[in-house]
Write a new protein. Structure first.
Length: 668
């Protein structure tokens, strides 16, 4: 199914703080109106399926909250100002208003409408712009501007009404959604992931149980994943590292039927609460990285976000990705910071006991993180004293996110004349005259009999395709060629090199690739079952899966632990995905790979396959067109894998590639 639902009603702007409370003054009605107005202004709202909110019923609210709490909140509409203040005093950092009960029912009801729309297949995914937010509210208490726990209610509702068996909740808000954690900490059917500003418990809500060692209880052990940020100023690379090295491997092993996002945008630059430095376009990638889970069924529900500029931009980035638009290039990613690496290492070392995909993660006990903790804590104590005053004054500025233009043609195919063109793809026939020099090079390089006019025609079409991707006239494409190894060599040596500055070549299968430039114009990552001799340098990385490319657990570990971090750091202008004959990779994994690789080069991927391997043309076309990849069920029953080899490879490569790091540098 296609389509993105958008749920919004201005009624949810009709409550505000009626007295002085410094902790609550940032939660203003304009948060919602500027977000919606930005979606209207950019034309994104018109591209969505507008779904009206509704009020959550008592029964639905009671899925999470107690009767006494609900009865209490029910009385607030008739309270005097003094009664409202009195009622509010029993909770922390939250305020009540005569209309907030109505809005809280609409906020929860919006999340339920979104779940209905997605679970019934009316739309593929969607976003609910709501206030009051929800993730702090608990069974019998309001907290942190939250009254009813919108997403927790939605998760229970999805299970009860739609039979969802496993629900993943991703909370990228900069605060810990303790309400969600308490609700599901002993429930293995709901995996709760949250990162949050923590500063070793010095940041609100100052809970010991927000730290990384709260992994869930009883049968829920392992189904709660907390990533504390112990410093402010976290950047895009810190966020992406946690997604690649913690959340995504675990999420894929969990294999959810539905993904709910506590979409708070106070984790973006400029926000007074988060004080982080990640730019709004990061949410395009965070959303994208979750969109191939659960067959694309993703519901994003607004939580926090208090800088009206970065909030509006972040909401637009999220919705634009839900609509399937090309992703922005994330420029100049750098190494995750030391504090992020320390958190990453701690989280992986506690979660490795519960997730086989993390089994080979370093056990932090061996690197004695505690001394590092103390040393770093002292270091930042000094820094904090000085930085505090400067930091709070400085006004953050960041570039407006780049436009993300959909190319006129989404996907094309380059095929032998007798091959059928898959539905939805446009056959590329026009070809550029390559000129005698290139023609002779092609003939020499790859064609046995120089007379192979077909070969030249194919390559001139490939050249055209690459050129039209560079100018964004075409999004992506797939080519069936007689000899895929020869084609790769020709494309990267002759065609690609002068058209794009960096080509990421992802080869699946064992064929020998006998070129690897050391100049960085090309990065080759080859995933195969063959044990290759040591890699030939920084830009040729052979990843060996002992049990071959059919080993889904190993493949996923290679994709998230190596390929995606490398790709983000390399930041290519074009992705060349090569399917070597006999690779043994499954169709689902293949589609997942195509979907995930769209995160690079604004989605400009060229898939090369051998003519006699055309059987997977259907799944390939489907993935290129943006249809979500089917879930990888195999992950549920992982075979004993050799993930250790991948960890060792990552450790070896991280000297060259900073995004591969998952532990604090043992050096300092
Ligand atoms: C929804 C939320 O997580 O943004 N609420 C933040 C409350 C902060 C109170 N100091
Ligand atoms: Zn927040």
């Amino acid at each position: 199914t296609m389509g993105t639902a958008l749920i919004y009603d201005e009624e949810m702007t009709k409550y505000k703080l009626l007295w002085v409370d410094p902790a609550c003054k940032i939660e203003v009605p304009e948060r919602l109106s500027v977000s919606y107005e930005a979606l209207v202004r950019t034309g994104l709202s018109d591209r969505c399926v507008s779904v009206p909110p509704r009020e959550a019923s008592d029964a639905e609210i009671l899925l999470v909250h107690s009767e006494e709490y609900l009865e209490g909140v029910k009385k607030t509409p008739h309270m005097t100002l003094e009664d409202l203040k009195e009622f509010t005093l029993q909770y922390g950092d939250v305020y009540f208003h005569p209309n907030i009960y109505h809005c809280a029912k609409l906020a929860a009801g919006s999340a339920l409408q979104l779940v209905d729309s997605v679970m019934t297949g009316k739309v593929r995914n969607g976003m609910a712009l709501v206030r009051p937010p929800g993730h702090h509210s608990m069974r019998s208490a309001a907290s942190g501007f939250c009254v009813f726990n919108n997403v927790a209610i939605a998760a229970r509702y999805a299970k009860q009404k739609h039979g969802a068996e496993r629900v993943l909740i991703v909370d990228w808000d900069i605060h810990h959604g303790q309400g969600v954690q308490y609700c599901f900490e002993d429930d293995p059917s709901v995996l709760y992931f949250s990162w949050h500003r923590y500063e070793r418990q010095k940041f609100w809500p100052n809970l010991r149980e927000s730290d990384y060692d709260s992994v869930g209880k009883g049968s829920g052990a392992g189904f709660n994943v907390n990533v504390p940020w112990n410093e402010v100023g976290m950047e895009n690379s810190d966020y992406l590292s946690v997604f690649c090295h913690v959340l995504l491997p675990v999420a894929y092993e969990f294999c959810p039927d539905l993904v709910l996002v506590c979409a708070g945008f106070d984790s973006a630059i400029g926000d007074p609460e988060g004080e982080m430095c990640a730019t709004p376009d990061i949410f395009a990638h965070l959303t994208h990285l979750l969109m191939n889970l659960a067959g694309g069924k993703l519901c994003a529900v607004l939580e926090g976000g208090y800088n009206l500029t970065s909030l509006a931009q972040s909401v637009c980035q999220t919705v634009q990705t839900l609509l399937g638009d090309p992703l922005p290039q994330l420029a100049n990613l750098r190494s995750p910071c030391e504090s992020a690496l320390e958190s990453l290492q701690c989280v992986r070392s506690v979660q490795r006991r519960y997730w086989s995909i993390l089994k080979h993660a370093a056990d932090s006990a061996t690197t004695d993180v505690s001394t590092k903790l103390i040393k770093l804590a002292k270091a930042e104590e000094e820094k904090a004293e000085t930085a505090e005053d400067e930091r709070s004054q400085e006004e953050k500025v960041w570039p407006e996110p780049a436009e993300r233009l959909r190319p006129p043609v989404c996907s094309v195919s380059v095929l032998p004349d007798d091959a059928a063109c898959p539905d939805g793809l446009k056959r590329l026939v026009s070809s550029k005259d390559l000129g005698p020099l290139l023609v002779s090079r092609i003939r020499n390089r790859s064609m046995e009999d120089a007379g192979d006019a077909d070969g030249v025609a194919t390559f001139s079409r490939l050249y055209t395709l690459i050129e039209k991707m560079r100018t964004n006239e075409i999004g992506n494409g797939v080519a069936l060629v007689p000899d895929v190894a020869a084609a790769v060599e020709c494309v990267v040596q002759d065609l690609g090199s002068d058209l794009v500055s960096r080509v990421l070549v992802v080869c699946v299968g064992k064929e020998e690739l006998n070129y690897a430039t050391a100049d960085g114009k090309m990065l080759v990552v080859q995933i195969s079952g063959e044990d290759k001799e040591e890699q030939k340098g920084k830009y040729y990385i052979p990843v060996c899966l002992k049990k071959g490319c059919g080993d889904t657990v190993g493949f996923i570990q290679a994709v998230f632990g190596l390929l995606l971090p490398l790709g983000y750091e390399y930041d290519p202008g074009l992705v060349l995905l090569v399917r070597m004959p006999g690779s043994g990779v499954g169709d689902c994994m293949w589609q997942q790979l195509i979907g995930l690789l769209k995160g690079f080069a604004k989605g400009h991927t060229l898939v090369l396959m051998q003519t006699n391997d055309g059987a997977c043309m259907g799944p390939t076309a489907s993935a290129l067109l943006g249809h979500p990849a089917p879930p990888l069920q195999e992950l549920l029953t992982p075979l004993p894998d050799d993930g250790g080899a991948l960890e060792r490879m990552r450790e070896r490569l991280q000297a060259d590639w900073k995004m591969l790091q998952t532990t604090v540098s043992s050096g300092n």
